[in-house]
Design a protein around this ligand. Structure first.
Ligand code: WTA
Length: 653
C-alpha cells in the first residue's frame, strides 16, 4: 500500500498527461467523422464546430428522424432557445419506433439485474410492446398531451417504460428519485399538478425491502390532483390499496393493444420536468423538450463514449437523476445500444458485486461517479483484481470533481491502464455533457478537459472578463441543444438564477479554473448548494426540513470536505426555548430530515448552539459558519448582526 501511494504521488507530481494511442483514436466514431470531413486533429475539430448551427444541423441528420423537417436549427431569443423549429417530432420515434422496423427489433435494449441476482433481458421489440400497452392504459385513465405524470420507481426496466409511455402520448413525465421521501414526492406532485403516479409495491435495497407504495400513498393523500395510481408488482408482498384509485400495472395493461400511435408533437414541446435543488428552499422544476434534447444527448453519448453496435453500456447512476434520464434512457435507446440496469446497492452483498456484473454481462463502457470510485478504492483493489474486467474499453466519471488519486486508481485497477477516462461535466439544466474529453483528447487527471464540439464555455471573473489560471465563474456563451427551456411556472426565477449575472450568458454556478492549455478544472458549487456523493442538495432545503421539527427554532447547514462523499452535511441547530439537547433528540432530528427529504439529506453531524451568525437582514452567514467549522480564517464579520454567535460554532455540542 505504501508503495502504491508513492506510485500515485509520483504520477501526480509529473502532471502526467494521458495520450490515447493512434490505433485507439483511429477506430473512434469521432475520428471517422473527422476523416469524412477532412478535419485533421482535435483543435481543428473544435474550431470547425464553432459554427454551432451547422454542426448541430449535421448531427441531427445522423441521429434523428423528424416526422417533418425543421425550418431553422436554432431560434435564439435570449434567454430562450428553440431548436429545430417547425419540425414535427417525438423522441419515442427514435428511441423505439424506428428500431422496430429493423433487425434492432430483436437486439437487447436492457439487461436487468435485480439485487437478489434475478436477470431479465428486454429486446427493443419487447420494450416497444410494453410501452404501447402502458401508453394505452394511461390514455384509458384520461391522460392527454401536456398532462403531467409523476413517476416514483426504482431501478427497474419499468421506469424507462413508464417514461417512454408518457412521452409517446405527449404527456410530460416528472420522475422523483425513489430514495426521496413521501414528503419530497408530495411537494413535487403538487408543484407540477400530476394527474397520475406510477410506482411499485416494494423493491430490494441492501437486502431489505423498501415500501414504495406505502410512501406513495402518504404523498398522494396531500396531492389532490392525483386521481390514479399505477402500481408495478416487483415483489408481491401485501400493500395498502385504495379501490378505484389504485391499479395494478399488469391488470391495467393486460387487455390493452400492443400498438399505440406516437403523438406527432412539435420538436419544442415539453418532454419532462425534473426537479433539482437550488439556493432557496423550493426545488426548481427543470424543463426539457423533445427535439434538441434528443440530438444533444445522442450525439454526446456517441462521441464521448464512442458507442458502437456491439458495446454493452453501463451508466451506473439512478434514473431518478438527470444522468439516468439522458444516459440510461433516452440517448442509449436512440443509438440502439444494449444497456445494463442494476437494481441494487454497489458493494452488495459482496464488494465485487459491480465487477462481477461487468464480467458476467461483458460491459465495455462503464460510467459512474467519483463517490462510487472512492468507496471501491476504500474497499481495496483486491476485489476488482479478483475479476477479469477485460471487456472494458472506456470509463467515465460524473457528478463532482474527481480527485486525481481516484482518477489514477480507477485508471489502474478498473481500466487496467488501457481505458481512457471521460470526466464529463454537465448539469440537470444542460441536459447532456458540455465539458468533457472525447476519446481522442489528451487527458489530465482531475480535469474535465475542454468544451465539446458545438459548445462554447469560458471562465469569467466577477466583472465578466475571461480569466486564465484563476478561479472564476463557469459560463456558457452559446445555447446548446439540450439546454433547459426554463423552470416550471417560474420564468422570473429562470432569468434571475442563470441569466442575470452576465448578459446573455448562462451562469452554471460552478467555481472553475481554466489552465494555460484551455483545460477546465471544475472546483465545486459557487452557491449554497451541496454536492453530497454527487447529488445536489440545497443547504436551505435541509435547513427548512430541520426547522419543520417541532423542537427546532433555527438551523444553519454547511458542507464539510469529506473523503468519500466529496462533501458531508453539518448542521447547527438552535432548539426552542426550554428544550434540552440530548443524544436521542439529535437522532430524532436527523431522522426527521430523512423523512422530510430522503436519507441522502440526513446531516452527518448536528451541533446544538444558542444562536447562528446572521447578517443584519437576517440572512444566515454560511460562509462564516463553514470557515469556523472547518478551522479556516473567518474573515470580516463586521456586518454581522450577532458577531458573538461565531464563537458558538466552535462551542457547538
Ligand atoms: C457537479 C449531474 C465536477 C457540478 C450531471 C454541477 C461536476 C453539478 C461534474 C450538477 C464533473 C457534475 N466535474 N463537477 N465532471 N459533473 N458536476 O444537476 O457542480 O445533479 O453544477 O447533474 O454537479 O449536478 P446535477
Amino acid at each position: 500500500m505504501a508503495e502504491e501511494k508513492k506510485d500515485i504521488s509520483v504520477l501526480l507530481t509529473e502532471k502526467r498527461v494521458f495520450k490515447p494511442t493512434p490505433e485507439f483514436v483511429e477506430q473512434t466514431n469521432v475520428k471517422k467523422w473527422m476523416n469524412k470531413h477532412g478535419i485533421k486533429d482535435y483543435d481543428e475539430l473544435l474550431k470547425k464546430c464553432e459554427d454551432i448551427e451547422w454542426f448541430w444541423g449535421e448531427m441531427s441528420k445522423e441521429l434523428v428522424e423528424w416526422y417533418s423537417p425543421y425550418d431553422k436549427v436554432l431560434d435564439w431569443n435570449p434567454p430562450f432557445a428553440k431548436w429545430f423549429t417547425g419540425a414535427k417530432y417525438n423522441i419515442v420515434h427514435d428511441a423505439l419506433d424506428k428500431h422496430i422496423k429493423t433487425a434492432r427489433k430483436d437486439k437487447i435494449a436492457y439487461i436487468f439485474e435485480g439485487e437478489p441476482g434475478d436477470i431479465k433481458k428486454w429486446t427493443y421489440g419487447e420494450l416497444y410492446t410494453e410501452v404501447n400497452k402502458l401508453a394505452n392504459a394511461l390514455k384509458s385513465l384520461g391522460v392527454k398531451k401536456g398532462d403531467r405524470v409523476g413517476i416514483y420507481l426504482p431501478m427497474l426496466v419499468e421506469l424507462p417504460i413508464a417514461m417512454l409511455a408518457c412521452a409517446k402520448i405527449g404527456a410530460v413525465h416528472s420522475v422523483v428519485f425513489s430514495g426521496f421521501s413521501a414528503t419530497a414526492l408530495r411537494d413535487r406532485l403538487i408543484d407540477c399538478e400530476s394527474k397520475v403516479v406510477i410506482t411499485c409495491d416494494h423493491f430490494y435495497r441492501r437486502g431489505g425491502k423498501v415500501a414504495l407504495k406505502k410512501q406513495t400513498d402518504e404523498a398522494v393523500e396531500g396531492a389532490p390532483t392525483v386521481k390514479n395510481v399505477i402500481v408495478y408488482k416487483r415483489i408481491g408482498d401485501d400493500v395498502p390499496w385504495t379501490e378505484g384509485r389504485d391499479h395494478w400495472w399488469h391488470e391495467i395493461t393486460k387487455d390493452q393493444s400492443a400498438e399505440c400511435e406516437t403523438e406527432k408533437l412539435d420538436a419544442n414541446d415539453l418532454l419532462y420536468i425534473l426537479y433539482t435543488s437550488g439556493t432557496t428552499g423550493k426545488p426548481k422544476g427543470i424543463l426539457h423538450a423533445h427535439g434538441g434534447y434528443a440530438v444533444g444527448t445522442a450525439q454526446t453519448l456517441k462521441w464521448v463514449f464512442d458507442l458502437k453496435e456491439d458495446d454493452i453500456w453501463w451508466c451506473a447512476a439512478d434514473i431518478g437523476w438527470v444522468t439516468g434520464h439522458s444516459y440510461i434512457v433516452y440517448a442509449p435507446l436512440i443509438l440502439g445500444t444494449t444497456s445494463i440496469i442494476y437494481e441494487g446497492a454497489p458493494a452488495f452483498p459482496e464488494p465485487e458485486r459491480w465487477w462481477s456484473i461487468i464480467d458476467k454481462h461483458k460491459v465495455s463502457v462503464l460510467y459512474t461517479s467519483p463517490t462510487a470510485i472512492r468507496a471501491h478504492m476504500r474497499l481495496g483493489e483486491e476485489h476488482p483484481q479478483k475479476c477479469g474486467l477485460d471487456s472494458l474499453r472506456i470509463l467515465g466519471s460524473v457528478g463532482e470533481p474527481i480527485n486525481p488519486e481516484a482518477w489514477i486508481w480507477y485508471h489502474k485497477y478498473i481500466g487496467r491502464e488501457q481505458c481512457p477516462i471521460m470526466d464529463t461535466w454537465w448539469q440537470t439544466e444542460t441536459g447532456h455533457f458540455c465539458i468533457s474529453p472525447l476519446p481522442i483528447t489528451s487527458l489530465k487527471p482531475g480535469s474535465a478537459t475542454k468544451p465539446l464540439p458545438g459548445i462554447k464555455a469560458a471562465v469569467y471573473n466577477e466583472q465578466g472578463e475571461a480569466v486564465t489560471n484563476a478561479g472564476g465563474n463557469l459560463v456558457m456563451l452559446n445555447p446548446w441543444p439540450g439546454m433547459l427551456r426554463g423552470l416550471y411556472k417560474d420564468e422570473e426565477r429562470y432569468k434571475q438564477v442563470y441569466w442575470s449575472k452576465f448578459q446573455n450568458t448562462y451562469l452554471a454556478g460552478d467555481v472553475t479554473r481554466m489552465d494555460e492549455d484551455g483545460y477546465f478544472w471544475i472546483q465545486g458549487r459557487a452557491d449554497d448548494v451541496l454536492n453530497v456523493a454527487g447529488h445536489r442538495i440545497g443547504n436551505s432545503e435541509i435547513e427548512s426540513a430541520l426547522v419543520s421539527h417541532p423542537k427546532v427554532a433555527e438551523a444553519a447547514v454547511i458542507g464539510k470536505p469529506h473523503e468519500l462523499k466529496g462533501e458531508s452535511i453539518a448542521a447547527f441547530v438552535v432548539l426552542r426555548q426550554g428544550v434540552e439537547p440530548n443524544e436521542e433528540l439529535r437522532k430524532e432530528i436527523r431522522e426527521h430530515v430523512g423523512t422530510e427529504i430522503g436519507k441522502i439529506a440526513r446531516p452527518d453531524e448536528i451541533g446544538f448552539v444558542n444562536d447562528v451568525p446572521k447578517t443584519r437582514s437576517g440572512k444566515i452567514m454560511r460562509r462564516v459558519i463553514r470557515a469556523k467549522a472547518i478551522g479556516e480564517k473567518v474573515g470580516d464579520i463586521s456586518t454581522l448582526a450577532n458577531p458573538e454567535a461565531v464563537e458558538e460554532i466552535s462551542r457547538a455540542k
